[in-house]
Design a protein around this ligand. Structure first.
Ligand code: 13P
Ligand code: SF4
Length: 347
């Protein structure tokens, strides 16, 4: 989506897309009246955005009103971090969760970065502390220390390289060290082990942290149930899911990876083992295909809405946005820069 499209075109884009997707709060299609009301607020937000030199970035799990109405760019964690790094605007409104806005601030220390709900937690990011990582570093001095981007700035500051769901397998595979400390996603660590085993690569993964409170609820029984009911369905899942869910999926990848897989697939029906919001983007991009939502919602992502975005834009001068200690941000930036280097070198 281009930032410089006219407000009229933007409203048309909203109509075209919202008319194709399910409103997950009501379970039905958006009515024409609902779309009209949304369009009025969206037009106001897009005007404020231009007047205030602001860029709106949104993760795919956000509401379709944000994705199709006011976002200048929608993406997975990797693409959003990259877009934030290239931002020309003085103000970045990041519709996502706290670690994503922090990452944008680390990459843009001189810009104002605002998360509309101000704070929005992630069970992974709060699942490990910098002290715990430092203790692991001491115990395994020869290990490379990787942190999933779903981690705090303090944790990133004590790690070697940051990874996302879109590049984690390649970065691990290309790591020279035999030992890797991986934090904070315990299930992703198990999925990395399975990936390495499949490729015949021997490495020790030392994992610590937590699980995603959204993806960790999907289980094999649910997956088998879906397979029985819809034998022709392709199963797609996020690497934050349990290893047995990933093992029995047709595709495992980031949100952007899942969107790409569906777009390129000839299959007509897909079961989505990820956050429900992704269904809206899938529906909008693939009108002829059917999606079985597996029903999990990330409450933190849903705390971003048109009202708090509008309020942020109206009060931009009074808001400070994300604040990080300069020294800490510089150290954390090293891990993110290493991720960009290790990902781009692989292409
Ligand atoms: P992606 O980078 O795949 O979009 O994942 C982010 C996330 O938080 C998934 O739960
Ligand atoms: Fe964090 Fe899970 Fe929400 Fe993603 S879906 S932001 S990992 S809690």
């Amino acid at each position: 989506m281009q930032k410089d499209i006219s407000l009229e075109d933007k409203t048309k884009y909203l109509f075209d897309n919202l008319s194709k997707v399910t409103n997950i709060t009501t379970g039905s299609w958006f009515s024409l009246k609902e779309i009209n009301d949304i369009a009025n607020q969206v037009t106001q937000i897009n005007k404020l955005k231009r007047e205030n030199d602001a860029l709106i970035l949104a993760h795919y799990y956000c509401s379709p009103k944000i994705l199709f109405g006011v976002a200048d760019f929608c993406g997975d964690s990797y693409a959003l971090a990259k877009k934030a790094k290239e931002a020309k605007e003085q103000n970045i409104i990041f519709c996502g969760v706290t670690f994503m806005a922090e990452t944008a601030k680390i990459l843009n220390p001189d810009k104002k970065v605002i998360l509309p709900p101000m704070t929005a937690g992630c069970s992974l990011a709060s699942g490990i502390t910098a002290q715990e990582v430092l203790a692991l570093r001491k115990k395994y001095p020869n290990a490379k220390v990787l942190c999933y981007i779903n981690s705090s700035a303090e944790v990133k500051a004590v790690c070697d390289t940051c990874v996302t769901s879109g590049n984690v397998f390649k970065i691990v595979e290309n790591t020279k060290q035999d030992q890797i400390i991986f934090v904070p996603d315990l299930y992703m660590a198990k999925n990395i082990e399975a990936y390495l085993k499949n490729k015949g690569i021997k490495k020790e993964i030392i994992a610590a942290g937590a699980t995603c409170c959204v993806h960790d609820k999907f289980n094999l029984a649910q997956l088998n149930d879906v397979k029985n009911k819809y034998p022709e369905a392709k199963i797609i899942s996020h690497p934050e899911c349990l290893p047995e869910v990933c093992k029995n999926s047709d595709f495992v990848g980031s949100t952007a990876g899942m969107l790409k897989f569906v777009k390129e697939s000839n299959a007509k029906i897909f079961a989505v083992f990820s956050e429900w919001g992704l269904i809206n983007m899938l529906e909008a991009q693939n009108p002829g295909k059917k999606f079985i939502p597996c029903g999990r919602i990330c409450a933190s992502m849903k705390r971003n809405n048109l009202n708090n975005i509008e309020s942020v834009l109206k009060n931009l001068t009074d808001l400070q946005g994300v604040i990080l200690d300069k020294n800490l941000a510089q150290k954390a930036k090293q891990a993110i820069d290493n991720m960009f280097k290790e990902t781009e070198n692989d292409r």
